[in-house]
Design a protein around this ligand. Structure first.
Ligand SMILES: C[S@@+](CC[C@H](N)C(=O)[O-])C[C@H]1O[C@@H](n2cnc3c(N)ncnc32)[C@H](O)[C@@H]1O
Length: 252
């Protein structure tokens, strides 16, 4: 039997655009996780947990929320995750750690609807900035930078490619677990301005046989770093790339 779910998100505001992604999210993130964790660790030194909670915007499955809870015992986390299926993953991680429950809040709203704390001790904006257009990004930077103390910082990333271009289909084997394999096939096209349209199929395979195929399409912004620097500047913040990586620090 083959089950197929085709989930197209032309408006970009469907309630659970991460429904197809959530099932394999942590397995898929595993290969990029060491680099992401290194970037999160460089943020730890400039966190100010005494000023306010640490925002995890688009917290996803909670990998970074959990990393900060684990490494900074005095930190409180304010995680925002509007996707029900991704939120289930972060809550699942928290279910295993009742000792963290007094130090973390998981809000179900999107960024502009969530009641942000007055002050922030730092922020994590990973894998999510591309969901915002230029005006929204400037507003995100302003909302966050305005809540940080002087010298406070937010970690963000810019997903490749740096500028929109055609990305031919490529397959990523995510994991072999028991008798089955999990993989993803991704491709994308420029669709104007800084936007690209991504199509990603998530496959569960038994040998050559496809047992599950979930396909999702979504639009994602790939802004030029100079545009980002300008948007941050308008929020009285500056940005600095972490080495040659895709990770950046925004500092107030
Ligand atoms: C690629 S995942 C990244 C998850 C996590 N930050 C990580 O790095 O593993 C992007 C997440 O951003 C969330 N997201 C998308 N639009 C958002 C918005 N407007 N406000 C808050 N979160 C949003 C999605 O639901 C999704 O879980």
């Amino acid at each position: 039997m083959k089950m197929t779910l085709m989930y197209v998100d032309p408006m970009g505001d469907a309630t659970d655009r991460y429904g197809a992604t959530a099932g394999l999210y942590d397995l898929m993130a595993a290969s990029s996780r060491p680099a992401q964790l290194t970037a999160v660790e460089s943020l730890l030194a400039v966190l100010r947990p005494n000023v306010g909670p640490i925002l995890d915007l688009g917290a996803g499955s909670g990998l970074n929320t959990a990393a900060v809870l684990d490494r900074v015992p005095e930190a409180h986390l304010f995680a925002i995750e509007p996707s029900p299926s991704m939120r289930a993953l972060i809550l699942d991680k928290l279910a295993a750690r009742p000792d963290w429950h007094q130090r973390v809040t998981v809000r179900p709203e999107d960024f502009f609807s969530a009641p942000l704390p007055e002050r922030l001790g730092g922020a994590i904006i990973l894998g999510v900035l591309g969901h915002f257009d230029a005006g929204e990004r400037a507003a995100v930077f302003a909302e966050i930078a305005g809540r940080l103390p002087d010298g406070g910082a937010a970690l963000f990333d810019l997903q490749p490619p740096e500028r929109p271009r055609r990305v031919e289909p490529f397959e990523l084997t995510i994991a072999h677990i028991g008798d089955l394999a999990y993989s993803a096939i991704a491709e994308s096209w420029p669709i104007g301005g800084d936007r690209m349209r991504w199509r990603i199929s998530y496959l569960t395979l038994e040998g050559e046989r496809v047992l599950v195929e979930d396909t999702v399409e979504h639009e994602y912004h790939h802004p030029d770093p100079t545009a980002i620097a300008d948007e941050a500047g308008r929020a009285d913040a500056r940005v600095q790339r972490l080495g040659e990586s895709t990770f950046w620090l925004l500092t107030r």
